[in-house]
Ligand binder design. Structure first.
Ligand code: NDP
Length: 279
């Protein structure tokens, strides 16, 4: 029997990238899946991809919604319950680095960008968690938050509000994990490094920009020691592992870093000491 047979999953931000890949894997592994995003066209691509893989329409609930709005969040929860009856797994994946329209970075980014960035990457997760909590209490379910290596305790001067939001999200993951384990709800998270998705496009960059970034990073061992950019399935597989109680039941409130080794490199050690001394 497929391992998520009879389980219902809501995956925010599943109209693209990591969320789309996770939705496909969950659906192929027997789950009922609510897929969602603001962009109806891209969401339809996710739906078609899943149906093409042999999953029946009856296992899919496709909802166009903005997860930063109360109405969008309520629609996600209600339509899932209407179609599937229960909720077992919530994947808080929707997120983005929101650029400043003026091109400002660092301390020059506007307060408006700060609010929008935290609203999407942190507040929407908190609101979805509150709304889904009673249903997860019933099913003793799982929450998986998608954070980022940007939230690790290292400087992120260009996109500091995004990094602040993800750092706060990591603390939220730890705190909710301890608060909710009393009800049998497990909370964990994944912190990806560079992954080839629509993330760069969503920052207003052209299509070729993701490839350019991935090519640069994956050819510099001080950026990605594994010398390869992550693919959405690399992260989606970890999401499914954390949602599978048989495999990961003793992991509570942790964030699994999947970054090809990026966060282990210290600037000082990015180049060989011996090579420096010999040159
Ligand atoms: P994508 O841009 O490919 O996907 C982001 C998803 O979030 C889309 O489905 C988008 O849907 C959705 N989304 C964004 N804003 C909203 C909103 N207001 N309401 C509803 N949905 C929204 O990027 P990724 O797959 O890379 O991003 C997934 C997660 O991974 C994010 O949390 C991101 O921060 C994190 N991450 C990504 C990394 C990377 O290198 N790619 C690195 C580290 C972390 P739509 O546009 O249709 O609304």
């Amino acid at each position: 029997m497929p391992r998520f047979s009879g389980k219902t999953v809501i995956i925010t931000g599943s109209s693209n990238g990591i969320g789309r890949s996770a939705a496909l894997l969950f659906a192929q592994d027997g789950a009922n899946v609510t897929i969602t995003g603001r962009n109806a066209e891209r969401l339809e691509e996710t739906r078609k991809l899943i149906l093409k893989s042999g999953v029946s329409e009856s296992h899919l609930n496709s909802v166009v919604a903005d997860v930063t709005t109360s109405g969008g969040q309520d629609l996600l929860v209600k339509s899932t319950l209407d179609k599937f009856g229960k909720i077992h797994i919530l994947v808080n994946n929707a997120g983005a680095g929101i650029p400043d329209a003026t091109g400002a970075t660092g301390t020059d980014q506007s307060i408006d960008v700060y609010h929008k960035t935290l609203q999407l990457n942190l507040q929407a997760v908190i609101e979805m968690t509150k709304k889904v909590k009673p249903h997860l209490m019933e099913t003793k379910g799982e929450i998986i938050n998608i954070s980022s290596v940007a939230g690790q305790p290292r400087a992120q001067p260009d996109f500091m509000y995004y990094a602040i939001a993800k750092a706060a999200l990591d603390q939220y993951t730890r705190s909710t994990a301890i608060d909710l384990i009393q009800y049998g709800i497990r909370v964990n998270s994944v912190s990806p490094g560079l992954v080839a998705t629509g993330f760069v496009n969503a920052m207003g960059m052209p299509d070729a920009a993701t490839q350019k970034l991935c090519d640069f990073m994956s050819s510099h061992k001080e950026c990605i020691p594994a010398l390869v950019a992550g693919q959405p399935e690399d992260i989606a597989n970890i999401i499914l592992f954390l949602a599978d109680r048989k495999l990961s039941s003793y992991i509570i409130g942790q964030s699994i870093i999947a970054d090809g080794g990026s966060t282990l490199v210290m600037g000082m050690q990015a180049h060989s000491f011996l090579d420096i001394l010999k040159s």
